[in-house]
Design a protein around this ligand. Structure first.
Ligand code: TYD
Length: 228
């Protein structure tokens, strides 16, 4: 199979990390080579940027600085790790991608969805996941759970108003950028959420296969790179 780029998105504590492990197992059982990665981070430079972004001491960071740092980490990540893995035919499972910036910086920080999309387009030249799985869950419950467990990093420690804004931002963005995004009910049990995720992936792959058969006769635009 050719490479596949899947991003997992959702509010803080929506269970993405657990799902990534389950999905890794699913793909490995099918004999596929899987790369698990995350944002911000994923490369040595990206992980250094991550430390700056999540450090509770950096409370004086301006929203613009924050948005540019997330985009910088993403630019490095795409070129150094994601694209080479896709070219090598791997399945890339990425914990968060561009929709996080649109929701957290675009809406949460009030920078504007279009403005944040533009700086990301500069950073990653329009590279988009083949499929995005959005884990839909109310942020109140999940955030309480997470900050109680380990104090919370700079973003998690933002008040509930910020996280509610991010959540509503995600819903607004999903209306606009619904292309290849599947919404998963993350309030269900882990097993049910994993099954929903696998179902969405299989449906996507079926669609891709039938498009390929069609495109053999009429070649369409390349994969992975989308315009809006
Ligand atoms: P992390 O501990 O990885 O959070 P989670 O497990 O919920 O994914 O920390 C990443 C934090 O950075 C998280 O609060 C979301 C935020 N974030 C942005 O604000 N913008 C972005 O573009 C990305 C990728 C993450």
């Amino acid at each position: 199979m050719k490479g596949l780029f899947i991003a997992l998105e959702g509010p803080d504590g929506s269970g993405k990390s657990t799902m990534i492990k389950g999905l890794e197992e699913y793909f490995k059982k099918k004999g596929m080579d899987v790369l698990i990665t995350r944002e911000p981070g994923g490369t040595p430079i990206g992980e250094a940027i991550r430390k700056i972004l999540l450090d509770n001491r950096n409370r004086s960071m301006f929203p613009e600085t924050e948005a540019l740092l997330y985009a910088a980490s993403r630019g490095q990540h795409v070129r150094e790790k994601i694209l080479p893995a896709i070219k090598a035919g791997k399945v890339v499972l990425c914990d968060r991608f561009i929709l996080s910036s649109l929701a957290y910086q675009g809406v949460g920080r009030g920078l504007g969805i279009e403005e944040v999309r533009m700086i990301n387009d500069f950073a990653i030249k329009g590279i988009r996941p083949d499929l995005t799985l959005f884990y839909h869950i109310d942020p109140e419950t999940t955030l309480q759970r997470k900050t109680r467990k380990r104090g919370g990093d700079r973003l998690e420690s933002e008040g509930i108003d910020f996280h509610r804004k991010v959540y509503l931002g995600y819903l607004e963005i999903l209306k606009k950028y619904s292309n290849n995004v599947k919404i998963i009910d993350a309030t269900k049990t882990k097993k049910e959420v994993l099954n929903q995720s696998i179902y969405c992936i299989e449906e996507f792959l079926k669609g891709r296969k039938s498009n390929e058969t069609y495109n053999r006769h009429s070649p369409g635009p390349g994969r992975t790179k989308f315009t809006r």
